[in-house]
Design a protein around this ligand. Structure first.
Ligand code: MTE
Ligand code: HPA
Ligand code: MOS
Length: 766
C-alpha cells in the first residue's frame, strides 16, 4: 500500500496549520524575546508599543490567569519570563495586533530593563559550578574498576558531538479560538496534543476539558515538537482567552531557529579496556549534556544516552555516568534518537581509538563484541531475538566488507589528492518510551452505516506515514479496502490522555489499539452474521469485503452486513486501549526491562575526500536493516533513507554555533547547512534483513522512525578514515560534525592547513 499523503502533498492539497482559513476578527501574535542570555528582568516597558498602529494588547507574565509554568518533567520553565531571563530568545511578552505585520512592527517599541548576569554556554563549566538540571545518573553492570587489571589494553579519550537544528519544513505555530463557557480550541503543530492541552489548561487556570487541541498533520517534527510546540499553543491560547478573539501565532524561520531548543550537544570522557583477543572487558564513560536553560525533556534524553551507551555491543563491566548541565542556551529537546546517537558516538570513538592505536581495523573490534542472544545490557534487559550479528554478517554477505576495503585501499594507493574512507556502523536501538507509563494508546473506531470507517487515535502524522499504517491495520483487520477508511485528525476530545507521537513507537502503540478495536468490531459483526444469515460462526471471515463461511462466499458482503447490523441495533463503534505488556524499569536502581524490543542493523559508508579542499562526497551508504516483517516497505525504506541522511547531516555539515553571549550565529539557512540532493550519498542501498519480526511490534513490523539516524554516525568515521589515508598516523579529535573546514584543518599540520585554505578555490560543488 502506498503512503496516503504524497499525492495530496505535491498537489498542494494537504492542510497544514497555515492553510486553515483565517477567521474574521483574528489577532496575530508575535513574541518579544529576551535580548540577553542571562539576567534579572527589572521591567518591561509596554507603553510605547501599545500606541503602535494595530496593536490591541501586549501580554506579559502578569496577565497569566493560572500558573506561569510549562515544565514537563521539572517545573522550571515559565511560559513568559518573570524575574529572570535565562536564554536569548526566551519569550518575555506577546504582542497581539490586527495584522502580523503590525505586531512585528511594534516589537521595536518594546523595551526591557535587564541587569546582566554571567553567561554559561559550556556544559563542563556548568557541571563544575554545580549547575545541574537533575542529579547525575549512573548505569552500571559488573565492576569496571576491578576489570582494568585484566585488560591488556586500555585507552582513554574525549569525544564531542554538536547540536542539531530540527529544521522541520513547517515552523512552530498554533491558532487558538475562544469557545463558549470560557474555554479554548487550539489547532497546533504538535507531536503532543495532550501536552499542549495540559499545559494550556494549567496556564489558563481551567480544566483540561475546557481545552481542545486538534492536529491534522505536521510538516515535520523530528522531536522538536514533542514538548516544544507547547509554548506556542499556550501563548496563542492565552491571547485568545484574554482578548476573546482568535489568535494566530506562527514563528518565522529565524525566530524558530533562535527561540527553540535543538539536539543536545554532548562532551564526554571515555575509557575502554580490551583483552588480547580484542574483547572489550570494561568501559567507563562520563557524559556532559548541554541541556540549555530549563529541563524540558533533558532528563529523559540523558537516560536514553545511558541506555544506548554501549550501542550494539556486549560489555560485561560498564560504568556510564551522565550530567545534565544547565547553560544559558534555549532548552535543548528531543531529536530523532533522543540522546541515543550521542551515546553511541562516544562508544564508536572509543573503539576507533583502540583500533587506531593497536593497528587493527575498527571492524575487527566491532564484530568481536557484538551482542548475542540473551546478553545483558547494563540495565539488565537481555538482548532477545537479537539480530546484531545477523545484520553484520548479512551486510558482509550482501555487500562484501573485505572487497570494499580492498577497493578503498587500492584507490588510495593510486590517488594522491583524493582519498577514500570506509566505516562500518552497527546499531541497536530500544523501542518504547523509557518512562514505562507513557507506553499506552487508545483508538476510537466508528463504522458508518454505509460501511465507511473513521479511525481516531493519538497518533500524529508528521511525514512518517503513521496514518497510512493505521489505515492498513484497520483495513486488514476488518477485511475491507483501505479506501473505505479515513484516519481522522488527532483530537484531544476524541482520544484523550495521549502520549506524544515519539520514541518511534507511534505505529506500535496506536496501531495495536486500532487493531484491538477493529478485532472487537469484526467479531461483533460476524456474531451478527451468524444470527442474521444462519451461518456457523466458526470459519466465518471477511475478506476483500466479502463474507466467507468456511472459505465459501456467503450471501452477504461488508456493506450489507454493516447495514443489517445497524438495523438490529448492533453497536458499530468501539474504543480500545493498548498498553505495552511486560515492560518495566526502576529509575532508582536503573534496572529493568524497559523496551518492548530492540532494532538492529549495520551500515557501510564510503566517502571520497578531496584533500586539497577538505570537501567530500559520500559514494555509497549500504545498509542492512532489521524491519522485522515490514508492513509497508515503501514507507519504511523512506524512513531509513531520510533518517540516515539526517544523521549524516548531524555528523558532517550541520554546525550550530553560539557565541559566548549565548547568541546563535548559525541562525538561518545561509549559515546552517543541511544535506541536500547534492550532498546525500550517491547511492543508498537498503537490504531488508529477513527475520520473523517481533510480536510486540504492530503486525510484527518493527518501529523504524529513529534507528536509521544512527547509521549517519558512520559518516564521521568514514571521513576520518579518509583523512588518515592522506595523513597516516594523524589522530583527529573525536569531534563532530567533521565539516569540510575541520577536515581540511586535519589534513595538514598546523599552519599548512591555513595556507592551503587560502589557495583552495571556493566552489565546492561535487
Ligand atoms: N519522519 C518524517 N518524515 N518526519 C518526522 O518528523 N520524526 C522522526 C521519525 N521519522 C519524523 C520522521 C521521529 S523523531 C520519530 S520519534 C518518529 O518518526 C515518530 O513517528 P513513529 O513513532 O510513527 O515512528
Ligand atoms: N523517547 C522519545 N520521547 C520520549 C521518551 C523516549 O524514550 N520519553 C519521553 N519522551
Ligand atoms: Mo522522536 S525524538 O522520539 O520525536
Amino acid at each position: 500500500m502506498n503512503h496516503l499523503d504524497p499525492v495530496r502533498h505535491v498537489r498542494g492539497e494537504s492542510q497544514y496549520l497555515d492553510d486553515v482559513p483565517v477567521q474574521q476578527g483574528t489577532l496575530h501574535a508575535v513574541v518579544f524575546e529576551s535580548p540577553l542570555a542571562h539576567g534579572i528582568l527589572r521591567a518591561v516597558h509596554l507603553e510605547e508599543a501599545l500606541l503602535a498602529p494595530g496593536v490591541v494588547r501586549i501580554l506579559t507574565a502578569a496577565d497569566i490567569p493560572g500558573e506561569n509554568q510549562i515544565g514537563g518533567i521539572v517545573p522550571d520553565e515559565p511560559l513568559l519570563a518573570e524575574g529572570h531571563v535565562h536564554f536569548r530568545g526566551q519569550p518575555v511578552a506577546l504582542i497581539l495586533a490586527e495584522t502580523e505585520h503590525q505586531a512585528q512592527a511594534a516589537i521595536r517599541y518594546l523595551r526591557v530593563d535587564i541587569d546582566p548576569l554571567p553567561i554559561i554556554t559550556d556544559p563542563r563549566v556548568a557541571a563544575a559550578q554545580g549547575e545541574l538540571i537533575v542529579p547525575p545518573r549512573t548505569f552500571q553492570i559488573g565492576d569496571s574498576a576491578a576489570a582494568w587489571s585484566q585488560c591488556a589494553h586500555i585507552f582513554e579519550g574525549e569525544a564531542e558531538s554538536g547540536g542539531q537544528e530540527h529544521l522541520y519544513i513547517e515552523t512552530q505555530g498554533a491558532y487558538a479560538f475562544p469557545t463558549e463557557m470560557g474555554g479554548v480550541r487550539i489547532i497546533s503543530s504538535t507531536q503532543g496534543p495532550t501536552a499542549v492541552q495540559r499545559h494550556t489548561a494549567h496556564v489558563l487556570g481551567i480544566g483540561m476539558h475546557q481545552v481542545e487541541v486538534d492536529v491534522t498533520r505536521l510538516g515535520g517534527g523530528f522531536g522538536g515538537k514533542e514538548d516544544q510546540a507547547t509554548p506556542w499553543g499556550a501563548l496563542a491560547a492565552l491571547g485568545a482567552f484574554v482578548a476573546r478573539r482568535p489568535v494566530k501565532l506562527v514563528l518565522d524561520r529565524m525566530a524558530d531557529m533562535r527561540m527553540t531548543g535543538k539536539r543536545h550537544p554532548y562532551t564526554s570522557d571515555f575509557r575502554i579496556g580490551l583483552d588480547d583477543n580484542l574483547q572489550i572487558l570494561a568501559y567507563e564513560v562520563t557524559f556532559y549534556q548541554n541541556a540549555g536553560a530549563a529541563a524540558d525533556l533533558s532528563p529523559a534524553v540523558l537516560e536514553r544516552t545511558l541506555f544506548h551507551a554501549t550501542n550494539a555491543y556486549y560489555i560485561p563491566n560498564v560504568t556510564a555516568m551522565a550530567y545534565s548541565c544547565r547553560t544559558n542556551l534555549p532548552p535543548n529537546t528531543a531529536f530523532r534518537g533522543f540522546g541515543g546517537p550521542q551515546g553511541m558516538f562516544v562508544m564508536e570513538s572509543a573503539i576507533v581509538k583502540a583500533a587506531e592505536t593497536l593497528g587493527v581495523l575498527p571492524s575487527e573490534i566491532q564484530r568481536r563484541n557484538l551482542l548475542r542472544e540473551n546478553d545483558l545490557f547494563s540495565y539488565r534487559q537481555p538482548a532477545e531475538l537479537c539480530n546484531a550479528e545477523l545484520a553484520w554478517d548479512t551486510a558482509n554477505e550482501v555487500y562484501g566488507l573485505p572487497k570494499l576495503r580492498t577497493e578503498v585501499d587500492s584507490f588510495n594507493q593510486q590517488n594522491e589528492r583524493l582519498k577514500k574512507g570506509l566505516s562500518v556502523m552497527p546499531i541497536c536501538f530500544g523501542i518504547s518510551f523509557t518512562k514505562t507509563p507513557m507506553n499506552q494508546a487508545r483508538a476510537l473506531v466508528h463504522i458508518y452505516t454505509d460501511g465507511s470507517v473513521g479511525v481516531s487515535t493519538g497518533a500524529v502524522e508528521m511525514g512518517q506515514g503513521v496514518n497510512t499504517k493505521i489505515a492498513q491495520v484497520a483495513a486488514q483487520t476488518l477485511g475491507i479496502s483501505p479506501n473505505r477508511i479515513k484516519v481522522e485528525s488527532t483530537n484531544t476530545t476524541r482520544v484523550a490522555n495521549t502520549s506524544p507521537s515519539a520514541a518511534s513507537a507511534t505505529a506500535d502503540l496506536n496501531g495495536k489499539a486500532t487493531q484491538m478495536a477493529c478485532q472487537v468490531l469484526r467479531e461483533r459483526l460476524l456474531r451478527h452474521a451468524e444470527l442474521e444469515y444462519t451461518l456457523n460462526y466458526e470459519g466465518l471471515e471477511i475478506r476483500d469485503e466479502q463474507v466467507l463461511s468456511a472459505g465459501v462466499p456467503a450471501d452477504t458482503n461488508w456493506e450489507k452486513l454493516v447495514s443489517s447490523a445497524y438495523w438490529k441495533r448492533v453497536n458499530l463503534t468501539e474504543n480500545a486501549h493498548y498498553a505495552t505488556p511486560d515492560i518495566h524499569f526502576d529509575p532508582v536502581t536503573n534496572q529493568g526491562y524497559p523496551f518492548a524490543y530492540h532494532v538492529y542493523g549495520t551500515a557501510y559508508t564510503t566517502v571520497t575526500l578531496d584533500c586539497l579542499r577538505g570537501t567530500y562526497t559520500f559514494d555509497a551508504l549500504r545498509i542492512v536493516h532489521d524491519f522485522g516483517e515490514s508492513m509497508n516497505p515503501a514507507i519504511d525504506q523512506g524512513q531509513i533513507e531520510g533518517g540516515a541522511v539526517q544523521g549524516i547531516g548531524w555528523m558532517t555539515m550541520e554546525e550550530l554555533i553560539y557565541n559566548e553571549e549565548g547568541r546563535l550565529l548559525s541562525n538561518s539557512l545561509n549559515s546552517y547547512k543541511i544535506p541536500d540532493l547534492y550532498s546525500v550519498p550517491q547511492r543508498i542501498d537498503v537490504h531488508f534483513l529477513e527475520t520473523p519480526g517481533h510480536p510486540r511490534a504492530i503486525l510484527r513490523s518493527k518501529a523504524v522512525g529513529e534507528p536509521p539516524l544512527m547509521y549517519g554516525i558512520g559518516a564521521y568515521f568514514a571521513v576520518r578514515d579518509a583523512i588518515r589515508a592522506f595523513r597516516p598516523g594523524h589522530r583527529p579529535t573525536f569531534s563532530a560534525p567533521i565539516t569540510p573546514e575541520k577536515a581540511l584543518l586535519n589534513l595538514y599540520p598546523t599552519g599548512v592547513a591555513e595556507e592551503v585554505a587560502q589557495l583552495a578555490p571556493t566552489t565546492t560543488v561535487a
